[in-house]
Design a protein around this ligand. Structure first.
Ligand code: NAD
Length: 493
């Protein structure tokens, strides 16, 4: 398999126009797989010209025909499911099952996109006034751009481009420079599915390319997913240049645990949520908030199961339970956060620092870590660590738990584990975030619902996925028509 990182402009895979590049690691081994060119703004000019040229014909392609391309794309994703999963594990480091899970979620969006004819259908009313009929139609915007993060190399791009393209827009994807290969693979499948050249383009780079996408006059809308600081910056830049923008950011997700919940079920769900994808998920539970003084059995079970998690290579071993983090800086940053929490008085009850994997001594491994009795002032309760670190903050009652969660500047998800319906209801209503799990560790909605961040976890009005995604990628037109009475055409129209 070639690991050359290239742009897709029209139907041509082209080389880079920049001199700088960034490493693409195999995080399991800590060796470079390839490098991503960090290009200059010219590449956006070329890609947007290609996309703008392809737009008129694609806009006029009947929605059912556009949908058929995505039916074929779906079949190709199923055909190459394992190949793509292997590529994701290779460049991102997540386990094969985690990679499979994200492709499955992406496919669900493609399936949803296949319903485009009814999704973009408008409304009509006869006789809005006498002899006057009204109807609405939804039309595409033009050239749209998507900028994605490293942690879901397939799923996050697929939150964006299937709906953008099936609605009749043409598209430029700028994947994370850390995981460019899975994006290229998707582009190859789109071409094979019969997408006309220029409808989907791929460019690589860092800030210069992102800024160019957010400001280029040919681009109508920008979808961004990444850290909050960059999300805010891209949102401000794109909207100040007259573009639609939806920008998902980072998160700090709280999991409240009431003593009436089943200890083992909770432990398994929290482990999946906190340490799945090595904690590199914007829906990862990073703070556990046990309520009351009856939670010792829950915490013991959680510690025991966490201590037993096997950390290993994911590039070759499809059965590894937990993989490495994305790169050397991430490993150092996460371990430094654990050091700091310990200095502040937190008790590191499961310690993942310095984790070694025997056949991969240079891999970027951090084992799952639990820090108990974290102080109120600790940055662990406020800042996104984005690694396999779970802070435990014990509180006395549910009100205090909600208050703690609501102090966060973020607002992606919050979870409660309980067998008390009244407590769950109170929590779901009071917690200040966009996605709530009740006895569900990762309340990330499927393709049918919006991915619904609030506060500093999302900038914009319309979220990705679901009908909000369709609204984002289309604009509504209201058409009023009046015709002369039949037989009176000579006097009228
Ligand atoms: P990141 O912000 O570093 O990068 C995201 C994208 O922005 C990449 O394509 C990158 O090239 C580009 N970029 C980076 N710095 C930039 C800058 N200064 N100016 C312009 N563009 C820049 O994020 P990441 O480390 O790749 O991904 C992890 C982050 O993404 C976490 O904060 C995570 O919570 C967040 N995330 C959010 C969601 C969500 O739906 N809210 C989903 C997945 C990940």
């Amino acid at each position: 398999m070639s690991f050359a990182v290239k742009n897709l402009i029209g139907e041509a895979w082209t080389g880079a126009n920049g001199t700088e590049s960034a490493p693409v690691w195999n995080p399991s081994l800590g060796v470079e797989l390839t490098r991503t060119p960090l290009q200059d703004a010219n590449v956006v000019d070329q890609a947007s010209e290609s996309a703008a040229t392809a737009f008129p014909a694609w806009r006029d392609t009947p929605p059912l025909e556009r949908a058929r391309v995505f039916f074929r794309f779906r079949d190709l994703l199923e055909r190459d499911f394992e190949k793509l999963a292997q590529l994701i594990s290779l460049e991102n480091g997540k386990t094969r099952d985690e990679a499979r899970g994200e492709i499955r979620r992406g496919i669900e969006v493609v399936e949803f996109a296949g319903g485009v004819p009814s999704l973009v259908m408008g409304q009509s009313l006869e006789n809005v006034a006498r002899g006057l009929d009204g109807r609405t139609i939804r039309q595409p915007l033009g050239v749209c751009a998507g900028i994605s993060p490293f942690n879901f190399p397939a799923m996050v791009p697929m939150w964006i481009y299937p709906l953008a393209v099936v609605c009749g827009n043409t598209f430029i994807l700028k994947p994370s420079e850390r995981v460019p290969l899975s994006a290229q693979f998707q582009a190859e499948l789109l071409l094979e599915a019969g997408l006309p050249p220029g409808v989907f383009n791929v460019v690589h780079g860092g800030r210069e390319v992102v800024d160019a996408l957010a400001t280029h006059p040919r681009i109508a809308a920008v979808s961004f997913v990444g850290s909050s600081q960059v999300a805010r910056q891209v949102y401000q830049l794109a909207t100040s240049h007259g573009k639609r923008c939806q920008a998902g950011g980072g998160a700090k997700n709280f999991t409240v645990l009431l003593p009436d919940a089943n200890p083992e079920a909770v432990a398994r769900a929290v482990i999946g949520s906190s340490f799945g994808c090595a904690g590199q998920r914007c829906m990862a539970s990073s703070v556990l908030v046990p309520v009351g003084d009856q939670i010792a059995p829950h915490l013991e079970c959680l510690q025991e199961l966490t201590g037993a998690i096997e950390v290993g290579r994911t590039d070759l071993d499809p059965a590894a339970e937990m993989g490495p983090v994305i790169g050397p800086e991430a490993k150092s940053r996460i371990e430094a956060a654990i050091d700091r929490a310990e200095t502040e008085g937190g008790e590191v009850v499961v310690d993942g620092r310095g984790r070694q994997v025997s056949d991969a001594p240079d891999g970027f491994y951090v084992g799952p870590t639990i820090i108990d009795r974290v102080q109120y002032e600790s940055p662990l309760l406020r800042e996104e660590i984005f690694g396999p670190v779970l802070a435990v903050k014990r509180v006395d009652d549910l009100e205090e738990a909600v208050k703690l969660a609501n102090q966060s500047n973020y607002g992606n998800g919050a979870v409660i584990f309980t067998s008390d319906g009244g407590a769950a209801r109170q929590f779901a209503s009071a917690v200040n975030c966009g996605m709530v799990g009740i006895n569900v560790g990762v309340p990330a909605p499927t393709a049918l619902f919006p991915f619904n961040g609030w506060n500093g976890s999302f900038f914009g009005d319309l979220h990705m996925q679901g009908t909000e995604g369709v609204q984002f990628f289309t604009q509504q037109k209201v058409i009023l028509s009046r015709w002369a009475e039949f037989g009176q055409r000579r006097q009228g129209w």
